[in-house]
Design a protein around this ligand. Structure first.
Ligand code: SF4
Length: 367
């Protein structure tokens, strides 16, 4: 890719493509976006996307399950729930050194953020002590950190924030109306409380949902409306396509039309212009064309690596090949999340990272 093509030519500061950030979208307005002709919707999403982001940069995260299985919650899509027999082995909390080893490998492979997930209803204090040390050790590698540990109260959120955790992931999953069909062991209000606690503690919020769980189109609009009401919007919005795992109650649910999924990405992009919209679980089932459309619709974050908690993720080589085909490059780590002693070297680090990205994602011989 030439240097010229990387100039910030995407920047469009016109008011048409830089609409005010809103939190008061009505359900009807959101449904009207979903109903736009497909090309019009994608054009509008791409306009918004270009006003706020380099359209060819994709933030790359790696996800590690630090405690797998035997979760007391009954999320009907989840192989880690102890309520369903999915043949998934139960594991204890991983040792800190193993987590650090994986984080180093993720960084070597080009990830800028390391996400750690534990299948808990809520972390116990003694587990939290270990987790806080993980945060410090992973952050010291120069990676952004994200955790998903279930519900957290204000005290737990504050401890995580003080340890330097950058992002906390807690998904809303679906609309308030459909929620009871998916989870009965915690309420929608519980989820909103956790998100409020995370925000109040000063961490960035990662929250999205899962599509293709048999919900109605209105539920997709209502899920996005809930996310939009969060003020500020979540910095990261994972939009997942259900992975139908045998043994879960969702194993035989009807497939979602991939174009409907792309519409949801585009609407999320329009509603939350400054958020990273993450093409998340379910990517392995998508062909390259669907993924390309998702990037065109405004998705600009992916999980990269061999595993996505307990379901498969496209192999690293396939991702590199796709980035190459589409002329995409990994987004450098955000300067504000670097450690202080790294700040002065930000410009140099970006240059080095870009060179490294080139080596990782492009065949230099074809450059
Ligand atoms: S989604 Fe999370 S909370 Fe729900 S069963 Fe799975 S691990 Fe537990």
């Amino acid at each position: 890719m030439s240097a010229a093509s990387r100039a910030p030519a995407w920047t469009d500061s016109s008011s048409a493509s830089r609409p005010a950030i809103r939190h008061d979208w009505s359900l009807e307005e959101i449904e009207a976006l979903f109903a736009l002709p497909f090309n019009d919707l994608l054009f509008r999403a791409q306009q918004v996307h270009r006003a706020h982001f380099d359209p060819n940069a994709v933030q790359v995260s790696t996800l590690l399950s630090i405690k797998t299985g035997a979760c007391p919650e009954d999320c009907k899509y989840c192989p880690q729930s102890g309520h369903y027999n999915t043949g998934l082995g139960k594991e204890k909390l991983l040792e800190i050194e193993k987590v650090v080893e994986q984080a180093k490998a993720a960084k070597e492979a080009g990830a800028s953020r390391f996400c750690m997930g534990a299948a808990w209803r809520s972390p116990r204090e003694r587990d939290l002590d270990v987790v806080l040390e993980m945060v410090g050790r992973v952050k010291a590698l120069g990676l952004e950190t994200c955790m998903t540990l279930g519900m957290v109260d204000t005290h737990q959120a504050s401890r995580l924030a003080k340890a330097g955790l950058d992002y906390y992931n807690h998904n809303l999953d679906t609309s308030p109306e459909y929620y009871g069909e998916i989870i009965t062991t915690r309420t929608y209000a519980d989820r909103l409380d956790t998100l409020a606690n995370v925000r109040e503690a000063g961490m960035k919020v990662c929250s999205g949902g899962i599509l293709g769980m048999g919900e109605a189109p209105r539920d997709r609009a209502a899920l996005l409306q809930q996310l939009v009401r969060l003020d500020p919007h979540p910095e990261s919005v994972p939009i997942n396509m259900l992975v139908k795992v045998p043994g879960t109650p969702m194993e035989n649910v009807e497939d979602m039309d991939p174009l409907e999924f792309i519409r949801a990405i585009a609407v999320a992009r329009i509603l939350m212009p400054k958020s990273h919209v993450r093409l998340s679980a379910g990517r392995e089932q998508m062909d390259e064309s669907t993924q390309a459309l998702a990037f065109l619709a405004g998705a600009n974050s992916i999980f990269y690596g061999d595993t996505l908690l307990t379901t498969g993720n496209p192999q690293v080589e396939r991702d590199r090949a796709l980035f190459d085909k589409l002329g995409l490059h990994p987004e450098p780590i955000a300067p504000e999340t670097r450690r202080d002693d790294e700040q002065t070297e930000t410009a140099l680090a970006h240059a080095i990272q870009r060179q490294r990205d080139d080596a990782l994602f492009y065949d230099a011989a074809r450059g």
